[in-house]
Design a protein around this ligand. Structure first.
Ligand code: CO8
Length: 260
């Protein structure tokens, strides 16, 4: 996969997608969003890839937001289209049949924070900074931030970040539940890879169904979510991976999952 603004590498079941516009601190323009969509949909189809890591190039930024130079001249109709494009791409990432881990290596602002929030979970380097500073520009988040942030950290904390535009460091992001772990900057990718590798060894169908159960179940009332979980649980029993997983346990050996 060759892209202008992305790097994609694959090894040992794990793909790393790097947003690569370091001169603009990896800001997202329409072209980069289209490339991201193409990259993740290709990786979803690639049977060798079991987990995806998303990060930014350089040591300064994950993604410093939507590209302000690109947005500056947008009229309302084009702005809505841009918001819809970002929301579509982030929706695809959120619903992707494979886990996506954000390795936040620096600024994750505006659209960058929104991108990280569309991933399944986030790891942060010590120098990462998060924020939704759109109000400083006279706008609001357009790539789902007003919806995903309160779902992740609660309404009050989200509103404070959204209304003030304040940036928070990685420790504070960890404290409020925006990131799962803070690791030394130099260990960030290795840690993300280690977690992705661990997931890659599990039954891919089970991981996929876990993701469905959490993502879709959380949109339902608890009782319906549990009923949905039971259906997905039953579905696992139609897979070879389930038979292999349980057989391997009984035979006291590691399971070899084939994803079927
Ligand atoms: N867009 C375009 N270029 C950017 C962006 C950006 N978001 N962020 C940084 N850059 C560029 C700078 O213009 C600069 O370029 P140049 O060297 O050509 O002047 C280069 O990256 C380096 O940036 P700085 O010199 O500013 O670096 P500093 O270390 O001084 O500051 C900051 C780093 C704090 C990250 C600073 O660059 C900054 O505040 N950036 C903007 C952050 C921001 O406001 N992000 C939110 C943007 S709005 C948004 O994301 C909404 C998305 C959804 C919209 C959908 C509806 C249409």
């Amino acid at each position: 996969m060759e892209f202008e603004n992305l790097l994609v590498e694959r090894s040992d079941g794990v793909a790393i997608v790097t947003i690569n516009r370091p001169k603009a601190l990896n800001a997202l323009n329409a072209g980069t969003l289209e490339e991201l969509l193409s990259a993740v949909t290709n990786l979803e189809k690639d049977e060798q890839v079991k987990a995806i890591i998303l990060t930014g190039s350089g040591s300064k930024a994950f993604v410093a937001g939507g590209d302000i130079s690109f947005m500056q001249s947008l009229q309302p109709i084009a702005a809505r289209e841009f918001a819809h494009l970002g929301q579509k791409v982030f929706g695809v990432i959120e619903a992707l049949a494979k886990p996506v881990i954000a390795a936040v290596n620096g600024f994750a602002l505006g659209g960058g924070c929104e991108l990280a929030m569309a991933c399944d979970f986030r790891l942060a380097g010590e120098n990462a900074r998060f924020g939704q500073p759109e109000v400083n520009l006279g706008v609001i988040p357009g790539f789902g931030g007003s919806q995903r942030l309160p779902r992740l950290v609660g309404k009050g904390r989200a509103k404070e970040l959204l209304f003030t535009g304040d940036l928070i460091d990685s420790r504070e992001a960890w404290r409020i539940g925006l990131v799962n772990r803070v690791v030394p900057q130099e260990a960030l990718l290795a840690t993300a890879r280690e977690i992705a590798r661990k997931i890659a060894d599990k039954g891919p169908l089970a991981v996929r169904l876990c993701k469905h159960a959490v993502n879709n179940g959380l949109e339902m009332e608890s009782e319906k979510g549990c009923a949905y979980e039971a259906e997905l649980f039953a579905l696992c029993f139609a897979t070879e991976d389930r038979a292999e997983g349980m057989r391997a346990f009984i035979e006291k050996r590691p399971a070899t999952f084939l994803g079927r």
